[in-house]
Ligand binder design. Structure first.
Ligand code: UD1
Ligand code: MG
Length: 488
């Protein structure tokens, strides 16, 4: 039995040809996290002393990504993909030359199995330590074993060898227990076996799986741990499997939140990223996506048809048919239907953002309202203020952006253009249809529009014989106008 901390090797050098993508396979995402990110997360459950990722194809992108999400991991470059055994050999050599190799177990994982859980990795490690085997292989029983290496057991149930699908005879192909590509190795057994690998197989590669047979020849036992849920070992090789993995992850995440007290009307159309945080008594309606580090407090209702990325939603808020990113929505606020909240939007407690309203880098005070058809950019709006329908915060002069400050309990008339930079004082009013270009002091009424001119009889003179003229004549016959003068 070994007691030293384990090291983990993650194989991620392959090209992932079948993805047909400019993005390296392990950087494709499921639930807002890269495939390799999920694998590293699962590996961290056993607190490895070192984690070495073998990179190859798209290495610059993969290395940059790893530095961002897990700066504590190390990488080694495998410039030519000469097989899984070759990849592990390079990783072991790199670990050894960094003085990072102890006599503890070595765990090998594939970078493309995002559904593997930390608890399965922990189970594999503890089974390995208890059995004292040279290696412990994580296996799975699958209905369609095509493509996988088959696990051949001896009469005692130990693993005798692993045979790759393409190298297997008809009888071996009948075996439905497959190698998941996840292993725990004893360092003292693995190192000499790696040195003896050959390329005598159908692909001319160094197969990691061949170390099993070599260990058995040396008289050492190799154990297997069968994973109870074979979904966990789904490897992503193409976009079909990517979508299968995403759906399985979605179901897993949704199930967890429902058990924590979140209601979902339609889990199959509800997509929640791994970093989202939800309180009990949140309700999620159909076609809703909560992405990035979004959080939703208790009693809030989100959806239908809503996508929130990196947003913070307060308790009891209602967000319907909305697209929002990097927005903070206050307690009891009402958003939508059909609102667009861009980065830097802060909606206060009990405030309202209504239909066809776009907001960007702006704050709306407590209880304030922008109910209809407005654009609010670079603005600060005080508590209790009402912004009339179709108001535009004119923040862009064609070259630069400018800010607008609207005070408390202000009434902005419908269809007002607020031309920034501008300040409207507390309690002020603006007349509907105004273009406001100068600051408005507290309590003032600002009117910024041409006065109305009414020309009586114009239609009868200039549109004689039209239906409008006829309708006007009938109306005028019933109730003649007060005077003939132009009304001012
Ligand atoms: C491998 C196993 C097979 C198992 C299957 C499970 C071998 C020989 N076979 O087959 O028994 O059933 O996984 O999915 O190991 N990689 C490198 N460098 C290389 C080759 C591969 O880093 O030179 C990486 C790949 O990027 C991938 C992983 O190792 O993440 C597995 O390689 P892959 O070519 O997919 O092996 P399989 O043929 O699937
Ligand atoms: Mg594979």
């Amino acid at each position: 039995m070994t007691s030293a901390a384990p090291v983990v090797i993650v194989l991620a050098a392959g090209e992932g040809k079948r993805m047909r993508s400019a993005t390296p396979k392990v950087l494709h995402r499921v639930a807002g996290r890269s495939l390799v990110g999920h694998v590293i997360e699962a590996a961290s459950a056993i607190e490895p002393a070192h984690l070495m990722v073998v990179v190859g194809h798209g290495r610059d992108e993969v290395i940059a990504h790893l530095e961002e999400i897990a700066p504590w991991v190390d990488t080694v470059v495998q410039s030519e993909q000469l097989g899984t055994g070759h990849a592990v050999r390079l990783a072991v050599e790199a670990l050894a030359s960094a003085g990072a190799l102890s006599d503890g177990p070595i765990i090998v994982l594939s970078g493309d199995t995002p559904l593997l859980t930390g608890s399965t990795v922990a189970d594999l490690l503890s089974r390995h330590v208890v059995d004292g085997a040279a290696a412990t292989v994580l296996t799975a029983e699958v209905s369609d074993p095509a493509g996988y290496g088959r696990v051949v057991r001896d009469p005692q149930g130990w693993v005798d060898r692993i045979v790759e699908h393409r190298d297997a005879d008809a009888q071996t192909l009948q075996i439905d227990e497959v190698n998941t590509g996840t292993y725990a190795f004893d360092a003292a057994d693995l190192l000499p076996a790696l040195g003896r690998l050959t390329t005598a197989n159908d692909q001319g590669e160094e197969y990691l799986t061949d170390v099993i047979g070599l260990m058995r020849e040396g008289g050492r036992p190799v154990a297997a741990l069968r994973v109870p849920d074979s979904d966990e070992i789904l490897g992503v090789n193409d976009r079909v499997q990517l979508s299968e993995a995403a759906a399985l992850m979605r179901d897993r995440i949704n199930r967890r939140w429902m058990l924590e007290g979140v209601s979902m009307l339609e889990p199959s159309s509800t997509w929640i990223d791994i970093d989202v945080d939800l309180a009990a008594d949140v309700t999620l309606l159909p076609q809703t996506s909560l992405l990035g580090p979004t959080s939703v407090a208790s009693g809030a209702s989100i959806g239908p048809g809503t996508s929130l990325t990196a947003c913070e939603v307060g308790a009891d808020a209602q967000v319907r048919h909305t697209w929002a990113e990097l927005a903070v929505i206050g307690r009891g606020a009402e958003i939508g239907p059909f609102s667009y909240l861009r980065p830097g939007t802060r909606v206060g407690t009990g405030a309202k953002v209504g239909a066809y309203v776009e907001m960007k880098n702006s704050s709306l005070g407590e209880g304030a309202k922008v109910p209809h058809l407005s654009y609010v950019g670079d603005a600060e709006i005080g508590e209790g203020t009402n912004i009339g329908a179709a108001t535009v915060f004119v923040n862009y002069d064609g070259v630069d952006k400018h800010a607008t400050v609207v005070g408390r309990y202000v009434r902005i008339g419908s269809d007002t253009m607020l031309v920034a930079p501008l300040t409207v004082g507390d309690g002020a009013y603006t007349a509907a249809g105004s273009v406001i270009t100068e600051d408005v002091p507290p309590g003032a009424m600002a009117v910024g529009r041409a006065q109305q001119r009414t020309i009586p009889g114009w239609v009868a003179r200039r549109r004689a014989g039209s239906s409008s003229a006829e309708a006007a004549a009938e109306a005028l016959a019933q109730s003649p106008p007060p005077g003939e003068e132009e009304t001012r």
